[in-house]
Design a protein around this ligand. Structure first.
Ligand code: EPU
Length: 428
């Protein structure tokens, strides 16, 4: 087990290349189950969640091969093997095996998903969608059992705008008989990316990226090639880091329109951002003004960036309020930031951040992926050395974080934890 160490204070300059989108990748891989021939996905990020999903695809009989960042999956030999336990519980996105296996085999058994602990994360809307398509869904001993004689298209109104439910219903509906309409669908770029892959496989999908998606089911889906979109959350994290400690940092391989809400807020704070086709130049500002943030579904401010943004607000002049309307308890990073001298109060689903303060290096724990990103950002701007444990969480979503930050001038390295440290960590 490793810990991450950061000696703060270095000014960052240079270029960071963004990897393929984690939250697309974790849906694109299960989506390959639906094809009848090899599917190649180009530009997958090298993160632990992807390795787990590849292992799961092999567990059900798929053949995978990899050349650099490009992965080919041959799903033709897959079987509808139950996955009630094991790796399936390690990440939340394993729920996409439900929609994909239901679509292809008309049955699936999938252990209830794990993933970051951000408070309650129900999957009732996924289940509502599968049932509307004709599946019988039961919950037995921590696993979801899905079975359908046939899937028949339906009109499904989502009571909550959900990325996962929208994608999962799409995965099942592309192989249902007739037309499915998903109303109040989520509009995140990752949904368009999955719809693009499915369309390349031969699916008939209209409206992905709007709140009404229309799908005409087909009998077979073929193999294809697909290039993943860049990770807007990784790009946003480096943009925030650059705003906090950068002189001039060029974020490369980004779709700036995916980050409009973040860019608008940073500009309000006084950060200079120049956008080009697939690049953003970020010029840090040591005299930032505080702003308020409310997380919303896309194209609103992403919940996945609220935690690193909290760190940035500790450097800004005034009081900033962050309200998370998606995950109202996504504040586990706050206690750790307080250990580093941040002045933050949590009131209900809001965090009130007073600044500017000088953060001080401390021993802190990443309790989830984006909390980890918030602590890395904090370590980079703090005086002294910050030691972050819980690095596994960070490795789930940030490819080569250490190397990427080192390349722009950060002093960041990993060390193996001693047995005593591991014991303390496990008991904390
Ligand atoms: N919700 C329900 N019922 C459902 C589904 C969702 O009540 O059946 C609620 C959730 O509790 C939450 C809201 O709806 O309050 C939105 O949840 P959503 O389903 O959109 O989240 P998700 O699909 O489980 C994805 C990302 C998250 C990201 C959210 C919101 C993946 C694998 N995960 O989760 O990413 O925070 O969308 O944008 O795509 C991360 O990358 O750090 C991460 C947690």
């Amino acid at each position: 087990m490793e810990k991450l160490l950061i000696e703060g204070g270095n000014t960052l300059r240079g270029q960071v290349r963004v990897s393929g989108a984690k939250n697309s990748a974790v849906a694109l891989l299960p989506a390959t189950i639906l094809a009848n021939g090899p599917v190649t996905i180009e530009g997958l990020p090298n993160i632990s969640d992807i390795q787990i999903l590849k292992d799961l695809l092999e567990e059900i009989g798929g053949k995978t091969s990899q050349t650099g960042q490009d992965v080919t999956i041959d799903p033709s030999t897959m079987v509808s093997m139950p996955l009630p336990n094991g790796k399936v519980k390690k990440l939340r996105a394993s729920y996409y095996f439900m929609g994909a296996m239901l679509g292809r085999f008309k049955k699936a058994v999938i252990g209830l998903p794990g993933g970051c602990n951000l408070g309650p994360r129900p999957i009732d809307q996924h289940i509502k969608g599968f049932e509307a398509l004709g599946a019988k869904v039961t919950n037995e001993q921590g696993a979801v059992y899905l079975r359908a004689d046939e899937l028949v298209g339906a009109r499904i109104y989502l009571d909550v705008v959900s990325v996962g439910a929208t994608i999962n219903i799409m995965l099942a509906a592309v192989r249902a008989k007739g037309k499915t309409i998903i109303e109040n669908a989520a509009k995140e770029p990752e949904i368009i990316d999955v719809a693009t892959l499915l369309t390349s496989m031969g699916a008939k999908i209209k409206g992905a990226g709007t709140d009404v998606i229309r799908i005409e089911g087909v009998d077979t889906l073929n193999g294809c090639q697909h290039t993943i979109i860049p990770d807007r959350i990784e790009a946003g994290t480096y943009t925030i880091i650059a705003a906090a400690k950068g002189e001039e940092v060029l974020i490369d391989n980004v779709i700036p329109t995916h980050l409009e809400s973040l860019i608008a807020k940073l500009r309000e704070m006084g950060v200079i951002i120049e956008t080009k086709d697939d690049q953003m130049l970020v010029k840090g500002n040591c005299k930032m003004k505080s702003v308020d943030i409310k997380t919303l579904v896309y194209p609103g401010f992403p919940t996945d960036l609220q935690q690193p943004f909290t760190t940035l607000l500790t450097k800004a002049e005034g009081t900033g309020i962050i309200t998370d309307t998606i995950y109202q308890a996504r504040f586990k990073h706050i206690d750790e930031l307080r250990r580093m001298n941040a002045e933050i109060k949590v009131e209900g689903s809001s965090a009130v951040i007073s600044g500017p303060v000088t953060l001080e290096g401390a021993k802190v724990k990443a309790s989830d992926l984006r909390a980890g990103a918030a602590l890395v950002a904090a370590g980079l701007i703090a005086d002294g050395v910050t030691e972050i444990i819980g690095v596994d969480h960070i490795d789930r979503g940030y490819e080569d974080l250490t190397a990427k930050l080192e390349s722009i001038g950060a002093k960041i390295w990993r060390e193996t934890m001693t047995e005593e440290e591991i014991e303390q960590f496990q008991n904390s």
